[in-house]
Design a protein around this ligand. Structure first.
Ligand SMILES: [Zn+2]
Length: 394
């Protein structure tokens, strides 16, 4: 009998347990984060975008509504569960907000376990599409965009010329057309992290949120001295969600959005500056309620915004590297980590050309000390300011 247990029943038990564990692992998809970027300003392309981050690629099923005049579009994510804690709070926040539409996110147990997502809006005012992407943290992302139909119509009526105010300062005469010729450029500076979110902690205990605020404040003062209109997402050590930062920029008619962060790496030799911007190719369109000509119009706007973001990123990156090179004992090539493309949440929500600069590594002993130093912080701030001004031709 003991031989049967040893040779047959125990291995069978092990195989069944492994298969069971593998099977449950295979099905468990967690919804880890959810953001809601609202735009109240009527001149922008999007009324809102709502992004979700999952532990693995989820399936997305559209639940067809037989009523063609229905104002509700519903999706279902089978086998997805909402992560407890922070994500539940994020979802509650989304469901409580309205901007001429509403979004409801509900966990479902029967008949199939999953998460239901329902959008309710007036199809005469808004339209919906979604895209999928891989995030920096290797999560699977989905962004649902509620497009502003009035903006789309006015662009199409204007032979697909962008009428977005974000493009007013272009040197091709678009500024004259949109009547913003004499307007000061409106720049939003976003000092990363804050409050309970310290960001990375550097050598000697310096916190990323402190570095970001010091540099961000200095950039703001410099730009104001040069005649720009400047808004800071935070001026003190307060908590601020990523979607609140872009909502602030969008609602204040920002022309440019610049987010300031400091880096951290496991390798203590990692050093230097890098600037991120979005590239449309990083997002894959999966669903759209729009006509193909409206989709083409949106692609045109997004491509123009991305091209301006890239131009801004290049300008700021090279200006900052030149500005700080004299502080370093390594060559500028080592400091210049170049412009990189990524889908980061704060860039995804910005309706204006937007960049995120990582001003240095808090994990590098020497660079961390520099980032603590007021002269070095001011040198970075001058670099960022000059990079912005040179693209504005202001
Ligand atoms: Zn950061």
């Amino acid at each position: 009998m003991s031989k049967i247990i040893e040779n047959f029943l125990i291995p069978l038990f092990v195989i069944v347990s492994v298969l069971y564990a593998f099977n449950s692992f295979g099905h468990a998809i967690e919804l880890n984060k959810a953001y809601h970027h609202i735009t109240n300003e009527p001149g922008y392309l999007e009324r809102a975008n709502i992004s979700f981050y999952f532990s693995r690629d989820p399936q997305v099923q559209e639940i067809k509504n037989k009523n063609t005049n229905a104002h509700t579009i519903t999706f279902f994510f089978p086998d997805v569960s909402i992560a407890q804690g922070e994500c539940e709070a994020m979802i509650k926040r989304i469901s409580n907000q309205h901007n001429g539409y509403s979004v409801a996110i509900t966990p479902v147990i029967k008949p199939t376990k999953g998460v239901k997502l329902a959008f309710n809006f007036d199809p005469a005012q808004c339209s919906l599409g979604y895209e999928t992407f891989d995030s920096i943290g290797l999560q699977k992302g989905i962004v649902f965009r509620l497009y502003n139909k009035n903006v789309l119509t006015s662009i199409q009526n204007n032979n697909n010329q962008p009428v977005l105010r974000t493009l007013w300062w272009q040197p091709d005469g678009a500024s004259a057309k949109t009547g913003h010729k004499d307007k000061k450029p409106n720049i939003v500076i976003d000092a990363g992290h804050g409050g309970s979110d310290s960001g990375a902690i550097g050598c000697g205990g310096i916190q990323e949120k402190q570095v970001c605020l010091a540099i961000g404040t200095a950039v703001g003062s410099l730009l104001k001295q040069k005649g720009c209109s400047v808004l800071l997402t935070r001026t003190n050590d307060c908590d601020m969600q990523l979607d609140e930062r872009t909502a602030y920029a969008n609602d204040n008619n920002a022309d440019l959005f610049v987010s300031i962060h400091a880096n951290y790496a496991a390798n203590p030799r990692a050093i230097g500056i890098e600037t991120f911007c979005m590239q449309p190719a990083l997002l894959k369109k999966n669903f759209s309620c729009l006509t193909s000509s409206q989709d083409a119009c949106i692609a045109n706007i997004i491509n123009q915004r991305a091209a301006l973001s890239y131009q801004l990123a290049q300008s700021v990156q090279s200006s900052v590297c030149n500005s700080v090179s004299s502080f370093h004992d390594v060559t500028i090539d080592r400091i210049d980590r170049k412009v990189k493309h990524s889908v980061s949440q704060v860039l995804l929500g910005a309706q204006e050309p937007a960049i995120l600069i990582e001003v240095g590594f808090l994990s590098h002993p020497k660079e961390s000390l520099l980032l603590h130093d007021t002269h070095y912080q001011n040198s970075i701030a001058h670099g960022i300011c000059n990079g912005i001004l040179s693209i504005l031709q202001f």
